[in-house]
Write a protein that binds this ligand. Structure first.
Ligand code: MTE
Length: 314
């Protein structure tokens, strides 16, 4: 039995009080000062520690939906190291010390190395606006800043033995209250098959909305794979290993029948406890829309899975 699993989302549960209050605050502010000014003001207040980034526009499929308000994307989070409710990461994650921060990269590579966040930030960065779909059937549209993961991989030169990539998040009980209880098998780990990791859409993410990541969104570095459910996108990464065997992930350990290794967004394959056919593009908590296969990135990624049974390999 899983120690913890995502609840079936209900409309009544999906609007936590803090998000609701923020929306009211936003509406009040918008009436007083004009929408644009109010949005920038509240966004800055939510995460004073973030720094502006320099980047160019990256090549990503153009979306018809506008980016989600920054305020919502930074206050409605899943980050169990800081609590299991959506508002807790924004409240609790300021205790995470992100300076200094290094990422150890090793395993089946010719040039293992430890890289500091400053070195990653000094590389050429781009913005990619991605549609994101959580396994809990809500979605957002987020302007991420970072670089293709393949760029980082080229620095360490994976060998032919590298078949998968394993990502390990920080697990620091003294800074992360959730890690003091056994909600998941800490540290949070995730993984990708080598061809998925090297796909140009797979994004090593250092920022969002033009600034460095707020802690609750996975500062200082996380992974983003937009055609997969959000739980694949490990936050606050401290280790990256190129490995020969498929790694066991934290969510597979919690419940392998519910959270598979591939986790491709797929309306044809239901989660054992709820349908994946529809989703709510937040903040539209009640209006649901149809979920697209591979989260709308089918033209880019379908070929990765040719010949695979996606119901068996969920
Ligand atoms: N990474 C870590 N380390 N811990 C987590 O609890 N939650 C995952 C993923 N990465 C999680 C994590 C889940 S379930 C989702 S949906 C996304 O982060 C949420 O990312 P966001 O809060 O930036 O939207």
């Amino acid at each position: 039995m899983p120690r913890y699993s995502f609840p079936k989302p209900k409309g009544s549960e999906i609007t936590p009080r803090d998000v609701y209050l923020n929306r009211r605050h936003f509406i009040a502010g918008a009436m007083a000062t004009g929408v644009g000014v109010s949005m920038v003001g509240t966004a800055r207040a939510a995460s004073a520690a973030t720094q502006p980034l320099t980047f160019k526009q990256g090549a990503a499929p153009v979306l018809s939906d506008k980016p989600t308000a920054r305020e919502l994307a930074t206050t409605y989070n899943n980050y169990y190291e800081f609590g299991t409710s959506k508002g807790e990461p924004a409240h609790n994650a300021s205790t995470l010390k992100i300076k200094p921060w290094t990422v150890e990269i090793g395993g089946e590579v010719a040039k293992p190395r430890t890289i500091g966040i400053e070195d990653l930030l000094a590389m050429e960065l781009e913005e990619r606006i991605y549609r994101m779909r959580c396994v809990e059937a809500w979605s957002m549209v987020i302007p991420w800043v970072g670089m293709s993961f393949s760029k980082l991989a080229s620095l360490v030169e994976p060998t032919s033995k590298a078949k998968y990539v394993k990502f390990t998040s920080a697990a620091r009980p003294e800074e992360m209250p959730g890690v003091r209880s056994r909600i998941l098998d800490w540290p949070y780990t995730e993984g990708l098959r080598m061809d998925e990791a090297m796909h140009p859409l797979t994004f090593l993410t250092l920022g969002m909305y033009g600034e460095t990541l707020p802690n609750q969104n996975g500062a200082p570095v996380r992974i983003v794979t937009p055609w997969k459910y959000g739980f694949k996108n490990a936050k606050s990464i401290v280790r990256i290993d190129f490995v020969s065997e498929q790694p066991r992930t934290a969510w597979m350990t919690a419940g392998a029948n519910e959270y598979g290794f591939y986790a491709n967004v797929n309306p044809e394959v239901d989660h054992p406890r709820w349908s994946q056919k529809h989703e709510r593009l937040l903040p539209a908590f009640f209006a649901s829309r149809e979920t697209e296969k591979f989260n709308g990135y089918g033209a880019e990624v379908t070929s990765l899975y040719s010949g695979m049974d996606l119901a068996a390999n969920f």
